[in-house]
Write a protein that binds this ligand. Structure first.
Ligand code: H2U
Ligand code: ZN
Length: 343
């Protein structure tokens, strides 16, 4: 008898059309990999050397205002530059390129250097949600901007340059690879089934509850059936909403609340400020009916505050692979309390 909890199998990600290899029997194998040093002391409330703290100077000469809530500025080292670049595909046989204009911004979540989403109060996180929404409304203007990506890189392990709570927004003319894959998959599903892929998926997950981690009236968090990272999660709007702009006031409060609860669970899982990359996927500047608002959390940690998963070897050359099953990961996350504990 095939045992899904023990035997190697692969799972399909209907959002991207990609497969992940699951090898549950390897979860117990001995580990002799890299041990990373845990984070040092907790950061101070204000750091005179931080380029995001209120009143401090940034690289490039600008000085931050003495802000009290959220604070948004144009990235001083932007990967994209604004401009009405000509829509010109330069193709010489297999050599294909095109200009890519855009806008990159940084959003400070709080003037407090030492806070994280998990430790901010819900009203302040609600202000972050409102700032994201305002930025989407400001930036998503076709034809100059086609897609707006909001993302947070948290923790040195994820390459975040600074512990000050912040995220980035990159707005580009073209739709980037990941949302582009998800857009085709959602559009195809809608065509074939006359229904929303993620509405249908959420209904399945709420029925079984096996991979469900947390929920409130407006949002649910699951370890997706096809998760690649050990403790990857997917945050889904319960009502069919195409983007943050479509959330009403109560849903925005619920989003703030579930972000706090989820990031707190993550911190409590290994009793460490949990590193991750998270970001929203939603309708592009020219919206389509297929889009269902969601956020992905991609945390690198595998077994402790210092033992991480590497995407190397077979994963780079063939396909992603995981040992611990998404069901086990969801159970572990459910066991991690939603209330803040001292770390
Ligand atoms: P990360 O921690 O996710 O790297 O985000 C920090 C961003 O802040 C990064 O994109 C920008 C970097 O370019 N930055 C400024 O815009 N001004 C500065 O003075 C330093 C860093
Ligand atoms: Zn700071």
């Amino acid at each position: 008898m095939f045992d899904w909890t023990r035997d190697p199998h692969r799972r399909y990600n209907p959002l991207t059309g990609e497969w992940v290899l699951v090898s549950p029997h390897r979860a117990q194998r001995p580990w002799q990999g890299q041990l990373e040093a845990p984070a040092g002391d907790a950061p101070p409330e204000f750091d005179p050397d931080c380029y995001l703290c209120p009143g401090n100077a940034r690289a490039g000469g600008a000085r931050n205002p003495h802000y009290r809530g959220t604070f948004v500025f144009d990235n001083d080292f932007a990967a994209l530059r604004p401009g009405a670049a000509p829509e010109r595909l330069d193709q010489r046989g297999l050599l294909i390129a095109e200009p890519e204009p855009g806008i990159c911004r940084v959003v400070c979540f709080s003037p407090r250097h030492d806070l994280t989403l998990s430790r901010m109060d819900p009203a302040s996180i609600r202000e972050v949600v409102d700032t994201w929404t305002a930025q989407l409304q400001d930036l998503a203007r076709p034809p100059a901007i086609g897609y707006v990506q909001i993302f947070e890189n948290r923790g040195a392990m994820m390459g975040a340059s600074n512990p000050h709570p912040h995220c980035q927004i990159w707005a580009s003319r073209a739709m980037p690879n990941e949302p582009a894959k998800e857009q085709s998959a959602q559009a195809a599903y809608l065509r074939q089934n006359g229904a929303c892929l993620l509405c249908d998926y959420l209904a399945l997950e709420r029925q079984s509850a096996e991979r469900l981690v947390s929920e409130n009236d407006s949002f649910a968090v699951v370890v997706p059936f096809w998760a690649v990272w050990p403790f990857e999660t997917l945050l889904l709007a319960k009502r069919h909403r195409a983007g943050l702009e479509e959330l009403d006031s109560r849903e925005r409060d619920d989003l703030a609340a579930i972000l706090k609860r989820m990031t707190t669970r993550y911190d409590n899982l290994f009793r460490t400020p949990f590193p991750y990359t998270m970001g929203f996927h939603q309708q592009p500047a020219v919206p389509g009916p297929e889009w269902h608002l969601h956020a992905h959390f991609y945390p690198p940690l595998l077994r402790s505050a210092t033992i991480r998963k590497f995407m190397v070897g077979y994963e780079l050359l063939a396909m992603p692979q995981r040992d611990i099953t998404p069901e086990t990961a969801a159970a572990r996350l459910r066991e991690a309390p939603e209330e803040s504990l001292p770390l």
